[in-house]
Write a protein that binds this ligand. Sequence first.
Ligand code: UDX
Length: 457
Amino acid sequence: MGTVKLEPIAPCHLVALPYPGRGHINPMMNLCKLLASKKHDLLITFVVTEEWHGFIGADPKPDNIRFAMVPNVIPSELGRAKDFPGFVEAVCTKLQEPFELLLDRLEPEVSFIVADPFVVWAVRVGNKRNIAVASLWPMSASVFSTLHHFELLKENGHFPADVSVRGDEVIDYIPGISTTRLADLPTVFYDDVQQVLNRALEAVSSTYKAQYLISTSFYELEPHAFDTLRAKLSSPVYPIGPSIPHFEISKGAHDNDLNYLHWLDSQPKSSVMYVSLGSFLSVSNAQMDEIIAGVKNSGVRFLWVARGDASKLKDGVGDMGLVVPWCDQLGVLCHSSIGGFWSHCGWNSTQEAVYAGLPVLTFPIFFDQIPNGKQIVEDWKIGYRVKKKKVGGGDIVTREEIAELLQRFMDVESNEGKEVRKRAKQLQETCQGAIAKGGSSDSNLDAFIKNISRGYS
Ligand code: UDX
């Protein structure tokens, strides 16, 4: 007897709802592109605010992905930089109504939602409407586990805690993560913005009611964290990372800057340091002055991505490199002239460095970037710290320290330089194994697609 084939009852219509920020929209679009390439009969509606549609609407995408817009009811990117807690609150309170109105209008009927958990109401909306939801976690599995085990920090007297006094205290009781210092936990645990911590905890707990949890990390990168999550969560957990192919979010806006690629072509192999210190939270003016002078004095070649007014940077940094407003980051990281990545350690950048097999100079600023930097240096041993958050303040790193560190970081001939690059290449191979056909991430993606396809052609 042959197997019974289910006839299609309607095209499977998936709605993707990213959090409105670059580090969240990129992985959501990467996932959608992967889904669209593996399942051609899937229709995907990618929901963004009008502002973000302006940034990304013209970018190439497969035919079965379309954009839908909700009005700009939340602060702009600029507003987000000025008042991050206010921005988080607006996403949590003002976007739901226009999103639900959109859901009512969309055709064909929506059969599935993939949502960023930092859009904290998304799972609730899906459950209310009987639409299955997958939460796409946009940070590391270790950060998920840390937030999930928040109560342990309280029980052990580490929350609340003054990090400027107790930052070196050891935390070795969070399941799935390696021993860490208090100062290497996500900043939400100690930066006195209780509101953002509450929303982050809400984001994690919203995933418990989702039907699936998708992670942008890959299993081999954080096996203990994933084993822990799988043991504790009732819904299936699918690590499908790293989050690539890269989505060139601002293509069009900076087309004229492709000169950087020609410049890179003319540089010696592994000689250029790529610098990107974050997309919306910047460092203090005093620290930036030290960084600029340190880069200049080091004599190291660089390609530096800096948004906003970069005139001070361009004037001060010397002539060993280029300063550009935007670039195709993954393309740059994979260029043979690049020998190291000075990064703010956003989770996407972290994974892109792993994918490209590069050592990282860590300069985390905020939230999950701090533990990401710790994992890079201490767990995977593919990087150097620019600074270790000092107990008792005094956080400025001097130009002399920076110049010396950059020379050390970009020295590919030293034993230390060879060792760190060897480990970065090994991790790159593991990463490529995960996304290759039949690898862990590829298989997880197939399993997820099988689940959401039930009942559809
Ligand atoms: C934010 C948080 O910082 C991060 O820690 C969190 O996990 C996600 O949200 P963001 O600061 O934007 O992310 O950094 P990151 O996660 O690294 O994402 C930035 C993305 O923009 C990367 O995919 C990077 O490749 C891309 N980018 C950046 C470019 O393509 N070109 C550029 O010039 C700069």
